[in-house]
Design a protein. Structure first.
Length: 288
């Protein structure tokens, strides 16, 4: 049970199971040290880190919500959908995740090829050294580029070479669309939330996704959301609720990977999310 004097929550973090820098246990311990008492692990396209994280959270008396972050594509734009309260043993979920992890591996091979076209002497083995979980992700390539001295850090790699529209970027050949991701999360017993909407300009589409597909919430308090952004997405959530007579979750988190990634605001314990919103999500899944 959470001590009532504690009031920090973070519902968006990554571990070594995907592209984070700490094992699930290490990340949970760091949360405990930072007095974050309600957490969710949302690794990309894998649930493999959830059992270890849940066990460690129980050991420290933290409230723990199963989570995941699914990659989708809409109108040629990458859109991430967070899933909360999912059942990791759901067979349909695991089958779909295996397929999309394979797509990630294929994309990585193509991106490495583009890096070599830029004159970088880098191989799949160089990247594999940094892959500790189930998924090959761009931060693994960024770390390999950093280790070779081609970039200053992970952020530099994204800014110059592997971010969207940069010379070494490749999109996955086949991706879910938001509708499929929302349905997959629902079939696994979870709630679907649009991740970091400041990255997109899709406010009108979000209203449709709530109405047509049952999108359950919006990540309002992301590390990259300014106070102006927060006000914008709070207003959007309120408008949708009023227009559609529904109730949406309001979530948020640091999107933490590792301190060395060099992203402003990506710090354990530095959370903008009001605790009552996190508690509302946890209560929906009977998380104590």
């Amino acid at each position: 049970m959470i001590s009532r004097r504690e009031n920090k929550a973070d519902l968006h973090m990554h571990t070594l199971a995907s592209d984070g820098g700490y094992s699930p246990s290490e990340l949970v311990r760091k949360c405990a040290e930072a007095n974050v008492t309600l957490i969710a692990i949302t690794d990309h396209d894998t649930t493999s880190g959830l059992p270890e994280a849940a066990k460690e959270a129980a050991r420290h008396g933290l409230s723990f919500v199963n989570g995941i972050e699914l990659s989708t594509r809409f109108n040629e734009e990458s859109i991430d959908i967070l899933g909360y309260g999912i059942d990791p043993s759901d067979a349909s979920l695991q089958d779909k995740l295996a397929f999309h992890r394979n797509q990630r591996m294929k994309r990585m091979t193509e991106m490495i090829g583009k890096c070599r076209e830029q004159g970088f002497e880098i191989t799949e083995e160089d990247v594999k050294k940094f892959v500790t979980g189930d998924t090959y992700s761009r931060p693994h390539l960024a770390k390999a580029l950093e280790a070779k001295g081609y970039v200053r850090n992970v952020a530099d790699a994204f800014d110059r070479f592997i971010g969207y529209g940069r010379p070494c970027y490749v999109q996955k050949a086949e991706e879910m669309d938001p509708r499929e991701a929302i349905q997959l999360i629902h079939s696994a017993g979870g709630a679907a939330v649009l991740a970091h909407p400041v990255y997109y300009q899709l406010d009108d589409e979000v209203q449709k996704w709530v109405r047509l597909y049952g999108l359950d919430g919006i990540e309002i308090y992301h590390r990259d959301h300014s106070e102006k952004d927060i006000a914008r997405f709070k207003k959007l959530a309120e408008q949708i609720e009023q227009d559609q007579s529904c109730s949406l979750f309001r979530t948020g988190g640091s999107d933490f990977h590792h301190e060395s990634y060099g992203r402003t605001g990506e710090e354990i314990g530095l959370t903008k999310l009001p605790f009552e919103y996190a508690r509302s999500l946890a209560d929906a899944f009977n998380v104590k």
